[in-house]
Design a protein around this ligand. Structure first.
Ligand code: AMP
Ligand code: GLY
Length: 421
């Protein structure tokens, strides 16, 4: 079977590696991929925003299944477009992708199906939003409605910060804003919870803990994710049951009621407050870097799972997981998530040999004439698996030290809540 993967991050490299392990897979194409996928798949250099070009390539090369990694093409309707040409796609359609594409869509669904989430208000202008303020305490959370790559969320401690946030959003900093979302601040511990769904059945697909802030001790600005570990330290059967009953099942029912059952990975970003789950946000895809910690723990053939989802036979598959834990440290370009330089050579990478249970996934890298260059903010992901998180982190960091890339920086404290208690 030939498959195509859309995307170019560490998540897509890990998807690629999991597929490659399957006997079923004869060839993988990545659109556009990175220097890591280049060595196990054929990177296709075309504009993935141009769905017609993707479709033409897929048909011409007899690609049987297209897996969509990132949210943007999903929210823009790549699944609907490709399916019109009888191409099989793993990923939700445009309406279901509103779960990530519109925070207001999700909040309304939560309201209708009584899904626990932060109390909220939706407002058309700053004046009306002040009504919500009168009945709330700081900090207060202000959010832009649409996709904002992890930005567009402000946690405001006073009226000045609040006014600044609302003004930024209404001034169009995150795209045209007709509405704004104001939320109460939930104090607890975050957890990333994943399921996979074929539209009929769903299965849990692991948990992880991301580290979104750029600096150690969870300080500094938000990033795409500086590292993760799996499973989340909060995971247990009682909490799982609450998450599935109170959050996942009503969401899937809500989508079915809209006549748009969910296909693909669904990622619930949760806040666990005194043992109770609250939905912070949905993503309609795997997390990055969570995926890089979860897939190496999967024992079941990933191609079988994807195929079963396409055929709506997920109920016939048992998911088996490695009991080992895993942890990922992201090596970034100095300056990320603000200004950083690109096109800096990464030497030594070919000299590092990943041992058993060690993985180096590429993210923002580019191969030119057998040399590898940085090409983004998050550059490489170092993942290690073992029965102990501390050992995982030590192994990942030891690989980074072996690389010794002078333009890179990383958080040395990934997993601190579970390791350095
Ligand atoms: P979001 O893009 O909605 O996931 O928000 C980004 C980050 O802001 C989350 O990962 C949380 O750390 C934080 N956040 C968002 N909403 C809330 C909330 N209501 N209470 C506390 N923290 C929040
Ligand atoms: N790691 C956060 C995300 O994938 O959105």
């Amino acid at each position: 079977m030939k498959v195509g993967i859309i995307g170019s991050g560490g998540r897509e490299h890990s998807l690629c590696l999991s597929l490659k392990k399957s006997q079923k897979i004869t060839k993988i194409f990545c659109f556009p991929g990175n220097a890591g996928t280049n060595s196990i798949a054929e990177n296709v250099d075309l504009d993935v925003n141009n769905f017609e070009k993707v479709k033409n390539f897929v048909i011409k090369n007899n690609i049987e299944i297209v897996i969509v990694g990132p949210e943007k093409p999903l929210v823009e309707g790549i699944t609907d477009y490709l399916k019109k040409f009888k191409i099989k796609v793993f990923g939700p359609n445009k309406i279901a992708s509103q779960l990530e594409g519109s925070k207001i869509f999700t909040k309304k669904l939560c309201e209708k199906y009584k899904i626990p989430t932060a109390k909220f208000g939706i407002f058309k202008n700053i004046k009306d939003s002040e009504i919500f303020l009168k009945n709330s305490n700081y900090p207060i959370v202000v959010k832009a409605d649409g996709l904002a790559s992890g930005k567009g969320v402000f946690i405001c401690d006073n009226f000045e910060q609040y006014t600044f946030a609302v003004t930024e959003i209404f001034n169009g900093k995150f795209g045209e804003a007709k509405n704004i979302l104001i939320e109460e601040f939930l104090s607890g511990e975050e957890m990333s919870f994943f399921i996979i769904s074929d539209g009929k059945t769903y299965k849990k697909f692991g948990t992880a803990q991301d580290h979104k802030r750029v600096f150690e001790g969870d300080k500094g600005g938000n990033t795409g994710g500086m590292g993760a570990y799996s499973p989340s330290r909060l995971e247990n059967e009682i909490l799982d049951k609450k998450i599935l009953e109170k959050i996942i099942k009503p969401t899937l029912k809500g989508l079915k009621d809209l006549n748009t059952p969910f296909h693909g990975f669904l990622y619930a970003g949760l806040m666990i407050v005194n043992g109770e789950p609250f939905l912070i946000e949905y993503n309609v895809r795997m997390g990055d870097p969570e995926c890089q910690t979860i897939l190496p723990r999967l024992k079941t053939d990933f191609a079988d799972i994807v195929e079963a989802c396409i055929m709506q036979k997920l109920d016939k598959i048992d998911l088996e997981w490695d009991y080992n834990k895993s942890l990922c440290v992201v090596l970034c370009s100095k300056g990320y998530p603000e200004k950083f330089e690109k096109n800096i050579e990464i030497q030594n990478l070919d000299k590092i040999k990943e041992k058993n249970n060690e993985f180096i996934f590429h993210a923002g890298t580019l191969a030119i004439d057998n040399k590898i260059f940085s090409n983004g903010g998050r550059v490489l992901n170092f993942v290690a698996k073992s029965n102990d998180f501390k050992r995982c982190r030590a192994k990942a960091i030891s690989l980074i030290n072996d690389l010794d890339w002078s333009n890179g920086f990383y958080r040395k404290d990934i997993g601190y809540k579970v390791i350095d208690k």
